[in-house]
Design a protein around this ligand. Structure first.
Ligand code: NAG
Ligand code: NAG
Ligand code: NAG
Ligand code: NAG
Ligand code: NAG
Length: 340
C-alpha cells in the first residue's frame, strides 16, 4: 500500500501522505479510542456511583447532631439504628450506654427498678444470668451488641425514646473472667460503668444465705422470690434466720471485698461511677448524681420494692453470739452495728 502511494504521485506523497494508507490505521486508532473511551467512561460511572453512595450514606447519618453535647461526651453519645423497629421521632435523640456492675444481694434489683421508673432509661435486667450468653467473649460481645443496638427486648424496653440503655451484670457472671475483652469493648463503644456495692457485707451475707435457702424452700406459696413488693411477703421471707459459719466468716468477707477492689482496678480506664447501696437508701442526692452521670433529664425515681431484712442484725442470725465474737475487734466490727 505504501508503495502504491509513492508510485502514483510524489507530490501527494509529501502533502497528503496519509490519504489512503492510514485508513486501516485510522480505523485501528478509532477503535482503540472508542474502547478507551468506553473504558474510561465505565470507570467514571463507577466512581460517580460509589461517590453518590457515600454521599447518600452521609446524608442518612449526618442529620443527628444533638445540641448541648460537651466535647468529652462525644465518644459516649450514640444514635443506634435498631434492626427490629424504627426509632421514629426519637431517632436523633442521643443514647448513652451503661452497665450496672454489682454483686448479688447488693440492692441492684431495687436500683434497677428505680432507673426503669425513668421514662428515658431502659435497664434490661440480669441478661448474663443465662450461661450460654457468657460462655466466651464472642457470645458476650454478640449479646452486648444486641442490647446497645436497642434490639434487646425485656419488660424494661422503652425502645424508641430511650436515652440511656443498659443492664445489670453480676461480677461472677463472666465480668472478672473476661475483664480485658469487656473493658476493651466498653472503651471502644463508649459504655459507662455504674458500680453498685454494699458497704455492709455481713448484711449482704445474710441476704445471700436467706435467698439461697428460699430458692429451695420457696416460702411464698411455693414460689421463690428474690425481691418482694409487699410488707407481708417481706415479713415471711425475713422469718428465716440463717446460721453463719463463723470459722469462714472473716475470709468470706475478705474475699467479697477483694473481688470488688479488683473489679474497680480492672475497669479503672473506663468511664465509671461508684455507688453504695447504703448511700442510695439514705441520700436522695445520689439518684440525682446517677441521672447526671447518665445525662438523662432529672426525674423523681420510684420503686415498689420492699426491703426484706430490717432492723438490728442480732435478730436475723441464729448464732449471733458466734458472729459477734468473731467480728469484734476486727476491721469488720462496724458491720455488726450499722443499719441497712
Ligand atoms: C461461644 O459460645 C457460644 C454459645 O455457647 C457457642 O455457640 C459458640 O460456638 C462459642 N464460640 C467459640 C468461638 O467458642
Ligand atoms: C424521653 O422520652 C420522652 C417520651 O417518650 C420523649 O418525648 C423525650 O424526647 C425523651 N427524652 C430524651 C432526652 O430522649
Ligand atoms: C398464698 O396464697 C393464699 C391463697 O391463694 C393467699 O391468700 C395468700 O395471700 C398467699 N400468700 C402469699 C405470701 O403470697
Ligand atoms: C464451717 O466450714 C468449715 C469449712 O468448710 C467446716 O469444716 C465446718 O464444719 C463449718 N462449721 C459449721 C459450724 O458448719
Ligand atoms: C449526699 O450525696 C451528695 C453527693 O452525692 C453529697 O455531696 C452529700 O454530702 C451527701 N449527703 C450526706 C448527708 O451524706
Amino acid at each position: 500500500m505504501a508503495e502504491d502511494v509513492c508510485f502514483f504521485s510524489k507530490d501527494a506523497l509529501i502533502i497528503k501522505p496519509p490519504k489512503k494508507s492510514p485508513l486501516v490505521l485510522r480505523m485501528v486508532v478509532l477503535m482503540f479510542a472508542m474502547v478507551c473511551g468506553v473504558y474510561i467512561c465505565s470507570i467514571c460511572l463507577k466512581q460517580i456511583n460509589t461517590h453518590t453512595k457515600m454521599v447518600s450514606v452521609q446524608v442518612i447519618d449526618r442529620p443527628c447532631h444533638a445540641s448541648r453535647i460537651e466535647e468529652w461526651e462525644i465518644p459516649y453519645v450514640h444514635y443506634p439504628k435498631p434492626n427490629t423497629y424504627s426509632r421514629d421521632e426519637c431517632k436523633c435523640n442521643p443514647v448513652r450506654f451503661f452497665a450496672i456492675l454489682s454483686m448479688q444481694r447488693s440492692g441492684s434489683g431495687w436500683f434497677e427498678t428505680l432507673l426503669n421508673s425513668h421514662i428515658n432509661v431502659s435497664s434490661n435486667g440480669e441478661i448474663f444470668s443465662a450461661k450460654d450468653r457468657r460462655s466466651n467473649v464472642s457470645a458476650i460481645v454478640k449479646t452486648l451488641d444486641k442490647v446497645y443496638n436497642l434490639d434487646w427486648f425485656s419488660s424494661a424496653s422503652k425502645n424508641e425514646c430511650s436515652a440511656a440503655v443498659g443492664f445489670k451484670w453480676m461480677l461472677n457472671q463472666g465480668v472478672m473472667e473476661h475483664h480485658q475483652a469487656i473493658v476493651e469493648y466498653f472503651n471502644r463503644r463508649g459504655v459507662s460503668a455504674i458500680f453498685l456495692f454494699r458497704r455492709n457485707l455481713l448484711r449482704r451475707m445474710i441476704s445471700v444465705l436467706a435467698n439461697s435457702y428460699d430458692r429451695d424452700a420457696k416460702l411464698l406459696n411455693g414460689t421463690h422470690k428474690s425481691h418482694v413488693h409487699s410488707l407481708d411477703e417481706a415479713k415471711i421471707l425475713a422469718n428465716y434466720k440463717p446460721i453463719i459459719n463463723a470459722t469462714l466468716l472473716i475470709s468470706d468477707l475478705k474475699q467479697v471485698e477483694d473481688t470488688a477492689a479488683k473489679a474497680l482496678e480492672y475497669f479503672s480506664s473506663t468511664r465509671h461511677t461508684i455507688l453504695y447501696y447504703e448511700d442510695l437508701v439514705t441520700n436522695h442526692t445520689k439518684l440525682i448524681d446517677v441521672q447526671e452521670f447518665l445525662r438523662v433529664p432529672e426525674m423523681d425515681l420510684k420503686s415498689r420494692q420492699v426491703k426484706i431484712h430490717k432492723g438490728t442484725l442480732s435478730n436475723q442470725v441464729v448464732n449471733w453470739d458466734d458472729v459477734h465474737k468473731t467480728l469484734k475487734g476486727t476491721q469488720y466490727e462496724s458491720f455488726l452495728h450499722a443499719d441497712y
